[in-house]
Ligand binder design. Sequence first.
Ligand SMILES: [Zn+2]
Length: 255
Amino acid sequence: MLFDTHTHLDAPQFDEDREDMIERALQSGVSRMVNIGFNRETIPSTMKLAETYDFIYAAVGWHPVDAISMEEQDIDWIASFCAHEKVVAIGEIGLDYHWDTSPKDVQHQVFRRQIGLARELNMPIVIHNRDAHEDTVRILREEHASEVGGIMHSFSGSWETAKMCLDMGFHISFGGPITFKNAKQPKEVLAQVPLDRLLIETDAPYLTPHPYRGKRNETAYVRMVAEAAAEIRGLSLEELAQITTKNALERFGIS
Ligand SMILES: [Zn+2]
């Protein structure tokens, strides 16, 4: 029983075989998944998936890469989905200094607004942080994100950064990169995260695990992430799957 806490099943990469891909996920032991809607196009398609499949849940938020296109009314639009029984988090939100598509100050503002919304609605947040560790932690702190907590998605920072996020009550989620031979840092961090804060994900169709690296990722491959995590923690696949699924159910408030 595996839980993919971060996937994009509505991505155009799956237009040809979406149903088969979802079936393959179920066949490989994935019992639940959270699909992430992150802008004007993917929030509606995420809601549609969550309403079609009882094992698919939704997170809704505004991605930092698209921060520049967020308009005043979009915050209310995002809020309007949050009362839906299948919406379990606000995200993915955060900072992305890798793609130079939105100015930093705009990203900061959009990030802060959504942390505020999450606190108002008492919902966990899913954090996207690319090459922005320091500012991400600082803003989470300044905006009192510890009141709601959430998930550091596809975590790529140092143990020091992880520790600061754990201290704010966050869970740490790992994906495909922990299966790469040369990925020393995420493996080191994974080895130290308290087991009750550990989550796994695919971020499909991106971040494909070994041995499919370079190809399209899909939710079934969360099994490879689980296998790699189990090996690093000295657990069986079943134990790792049970622990991370329990963590996800609790964190997302799914009964
Ligand atoms: Zn994502």
